[in-house]
Design a binder for this molecule. Structure first.
Ligand SMILES: Nc1ncnc2c1ncn2[C@@H]1O[C@H](COP(=O)(O)OP(=O)(O)OP(=O)(O)O)[C@@H](O)[C@H]1O
Ligand SMILES: [Mg+2]
Length: 314
């Protein structure tokens, strides 16, 4: 049994957009999984569904199993005991969303108190986690605007860790940072995961970042996971045509190859799909790709791919 297992997650917004069509993920303690894909493919929506934080009126189906217990099934009542204490999230853009008029330490202490800790426990825990994420003494009594971007990102990671979660969902935690600070945040997440046994889902659209931090990766396209693989395999030998195009579109300063983009746009999310979602942009599609959606094919060794071409090759 996995620590966290997401099965057949589907999310439909009241607007009619089906932002998540089919997502299944598994995560073991201390494991680091990357969720990659272009903007709008449903990465954040998937994470928010796992936290039970989607707006009212959103229809979510599937299972989110934490130590075997489906925390999605009972709605808010079954999600609340686990949110922040078992599964925590660093929200996309969170470093710019800290409360500007409250000191950093007080914001973390408050999170501890909301989850049943006392005042003193909250204060001590704030100091402890701020130190744990490598921030200098004194940061607890500063306001967010007195911190650099990298320090603010460390502070929001500390906030997420305040209640000692087993799983951290980190949504684009390095996107707004320069490459040097990006490296430091990557090293921090890796170190926290190793030393605390923290399982991490790293959401990113930057494929180059993935092998530096994660063990495995899941590639999302138009609301579905289309390929699962160990990071090294994914980058060296991508199987799904979308993953291949994504690898070719990733800048590599050491390789002398032309950088390509992926022509076309993803399908509309408010319309049903008859075939493979990537078929209109795929340069090697078959007749059947427009007619039926390719089921995920288990290729062994933790690798799976949803593509009719891979079935033909096999
Ligand atoms: N509250 C909402 N109501 C309606 N549609 C939404 C809502 N939130 C997100 N969407 C839509 O769902 C789709 C997936 O959005 P999501 O934010 O999950 O993408 P993402 O993969 O995280 O993209 P990015 O890389 O830009 O962060 C988008 O088309 C978006 O417009
Ligand atoms: Mg997002």
């Amino acid at each position: 049994m996995s620590l966290l297992s997401v099965r057949d997650l589907v999310v439909g917004f009241p607007s009619g957009a089906r932002a998540v069509r089919s997502v299944s993920l598994d995560l073991e303690p201390g494991e680091r999984l990357a969720l990659v894909g272009e903007s709008g493919c449903g990465k954040t929506t998937t994470m928010l569904a796992m936290m039970g934080l989607l707006p009212a009126g959103t229809v979510v189906s599937g299972q989110v199993l934490l130590d075997g217990e489906d925390i999605l099934a009972g709605g808010e009542a079954s999600m609340r005991p686990h949110r922040w204490t078992d599964i925590a999230m660093v929200f996309q853009g969170a470093m710019n969303a800290l409360n500007p008029v409250r000191r950093v330490g007080a914001q973390i202490a408050e999170a501890v108190r909301i989850h049943g800790g006392g005042r003193r426990e909250g204060r001590l825990r704030a100091l402890e986690v701020l130190e744990r994420v490598g921030l200098p003494e004194g940061v607890a009594s500063r306001y967010p605007h007195e911190l650099s971007g990298g320090q603010r990102q460390r502070a929001v990671i500390a906030l997420a860790l305040a209640c000692e979660p087993k799983v951290l969902l980190a949504d684009e935690p390095t996107t707004a940072l320069d490459v040097i600070v990006q490296d430091q945040i990557v090293a921090l997440l890796r170190e926290l995961s190793d030393s605390l046994g923290l399982a991490v889902v790293l959401v990113t659209h930057d494929l180059a970042l993935v092998p530096r931090i994660c063990d495995r990766a899941a590639v999302m396209y138009a609301g579905s996971v289309v390929e699962h693989a160990a990071c090294a395999d994914l980058v060296r030998r991508p199987l799904h045509p979308y993953t291949r195009r994504l690898v070719e579109a990733t800048p590599d300063l050491t390789a002398r190859r032309p950088l390509t983009s992926i022509p076309g746009v993803p399908p509309r999310l408010d319309l049903p799909l008859t075939g493979c979602a990537f078929q209109p942009r795929c340069t090697s599609s078959l007749d059947r790709c427009a007619e039926s959606p390719p089921p995920p094919r288990d290729l062994g060794g933790g690798r799976s791919c949803s593509c009719h071409l891979v079935e033909v090759d096999a």
